[in-house]
Design a protein around this ligand. Structure first.
Ligand SMILES: NC(=O)c1ccc[n+]([C@@H]2O[C@H](COP(=O)([O-])OP(=O)(O)OC[C@H]3O[C@@H](n4cnc5c(N)ncnc54)[C@H](O)[C@@H]3O)[C@@H](O)[C@H]2O)c1
Length: 263
């Protein structure tokens, strides 16, 4: 029996990368998945699950639109008979503009998807979970939300906001039986980071990717999905209010220089 047997989950950003990998693994672990994404590719995610015997439905929606969020939470309940968990994972990189280049429009766009989008999904899923007295909420933050040098100013602040949502909402949900946590991925090879990987490969520098963490490589979306499914499952029953890095050890260190090999 899978660790998510009979769980009914909403997973956003499910058309690609971490959200797709989490949807596929969750279904394999027994969950029914409402896969949500603004991109049409979310239909492929649902088709991949159903073609291998799992339960899934796709919803194309923008997580920054409150009416759309209410609609996809309701769709999960209508389709699967309820909701047991949410992975608010959809996000955008926001680019890498400098302090002087960044505009208010840039900020509003990044925050509307990465932070307000997470808030809306958490808010509307929690309303159902609290009334039934159990459930698991999970958000994708980032190591960029913990420290500098993993994203632009707007992106990093948007992810620090996600960490704060998780910490404060855990206490708003005090005694309700509903848990909330965040994953903070390091560098993971997905649609969002493809340009970095493509450029490194083009320059023959693929071996340099991920070298600043002690695991000495970038991560794969399936490695985030493993932690996501654990946190969404009852196996994580005493994990609450945490922002957990899954980053090959990147965030464990003070700044350091590569050790030189003696000549
Ligand atoms: N890839 C990394 O290295 C990395 C590191 C840390 C955190 N993250 C976070 O992981 C999450 C997943 O990203 P990914 O790396 O899998 O990238 P990805 O680009 O492969 O997937 C993100 C998905 O979110 C969807 N999305 C974007 N805006 C949306 C909106 N308004 N409404 C609904 N869906 C929307 C996209 O269409 C896409 O399918 C993001 O929150 C990202 O910030 C990624």
């Amino acid at each position: 029996m899978g660790i998510l047997e009979n769980k009914r989950l909403v997973i956003t950003g499910a058309g690609s990368g971490i959200g797709r990998a989490t949807s596929l693994l969750a279904a394999k672990e027994g969950a029914s998945v409402l896969a949500v994404d603004i991109a049409e590719s979310v239909k492929d995610t649902a088709a991949l699950i159903t073609s291998s015997g799992g339960k899934a439905m796709a919803a194309q929606a923008d997580v920054s639109e409150e009416s759309a969020v209410i609609a996809f939470i309701d769709q999960c309940i209508d389709t699967f008979g309820g909701i047991d968990g949410l992975h608010a994972n959809a996000g955008i990189s926001g680019g890498r503009k400098s302090l002087q280049e960044l505009t208010v429009d840039d900020w509003q766009r990044t925050l509307s998807v990465n932070t307000i989008g997470v808030f809306l999904a958490v808010k509307h899923a929690a309303a159902h979970l609290v009334s039934q007295g159990n459930g698991a909420l999970l958000c994708t933050a980032s190591v960029a939300g913990l420290r500098a040098n993993a994203g632009g100013i707007d992106y990093s602040a948007s992810k620090a906001g996600v960490v704060s949502i998780v910490q404060t909402v855990a206490y708003q949900l005090y005694g309700t039986g509903v848990r909330i946590n965040a994953i903070c991925p390091g560098l993971i090879e997905t649609g969002m980071t493809r340009p970095t990987f493509d450029l490194a490969r083009e320059k023959g520098r693929e071996d340099r990717i991920g070298q600043i963490n002690p695991t000495r490589r970038a991560g794969q979306p399936e490695e985030i999905a493993q932690m996501a499914c654990f946190l969404l499952s009852d196996k994580a029953s005493y994990v609450n209010g945490q922002a957990i890095p899954v980053d090959g050890g990147l965030s464990a260190s003070h700044p350091w220089a590569f050790p030189r090999t003696p000549s």
